[in-house]
Write a protein that binds this ligand. Structure first.
Ligand SMILES: [Mg+2]
Length: 196
């Protein structure tokens, strides 16, 4: 029997911040205060640091960011982190890989279709929709199976479940991922070396 391996999607498997930056740079470059957004400088979930014009110009900045996350441009430009696709393919041979991701009604189906097209070897996807939250917390999925493993880029998601082994996916220190003293993966190459 294979061990259950739960993996988050946004900012863990795929570089969602890079796709958001591309949309921002396409949409706001006309503005006199525009500065090109770089995903490497992303630090807070509202993107106020790298996408300030969303907050300055839009009545509902969070709603606008959700629009980005639900747009065709987002899914068309979405890229895997280095080695993620290759390593996940290999992991599916050894583990029961389950992608466990928060979504909202406008992007949930597109996300599932993107995963099906780009990671067809993953047989199980858990989509969590809690409209009262902004994607934090995965306690609805207790992950109590024996030896279950969970990888996520957000410490609050890791803390909310009972998975036996929890790993923070952390390429870079950000405002929301500092509060974690457990195990950390900083690349998919490292995940492959440790879990395969
Ligand atoms: Mg994430």
């Amino acid at each position: 029997m294979k061990t259950d391996l739960y993996i988050d999607f946004d900012s863990t498997i795929v570089n969602s911040d890079k796709a958001v930056c591309k949309i921002y740079n396409d949409k706001y470059s006309w503005h006199k205060d525009f500065i090109e957004a770089k995903w490497e400088n992303h630090s807070d979930w509202t993107y106020s640091c790298i996408c300030p014009l969303v907050h300055k110009l839009e009545d509902d900045p969070i709603g606008k960011l959700k629009e980005f996350y639900a747009s065709d441009e987002f899914f068309d430009s979405l890229e895997f982190y280095d080695d993620a696709k290759r390593v996940i393919s290999l992991l599916t041979e050894k583990y029961k890989v389950i992608i466990c991701t928060s979504a909202f009604p406008m992007n949930a189906s597109k996300k599932v279709l993107w995963i099906e097209e780009n990671l067809p070897q993953v047989d199980e996807i858990i989509i969590l929709i809690d409209k009262a939250k902004n994607g934090y917390g995965k306690s609805r999925v207790a992950m109590m199976e024996q030896n279950s493993i969970f990888i996520d880029d957000h410490p609050e998601n890791l803390k909310s479940t009972k998975a036996q082994s929890k790993y923070l996916f952390k390429i870079k220190q950000k405002s929301y991922n500092a509060n974690w003293d457990g195990k950390v993966f900083s690349s998919w190459k490292q995940i492959g070396e440790e879990l395969l």
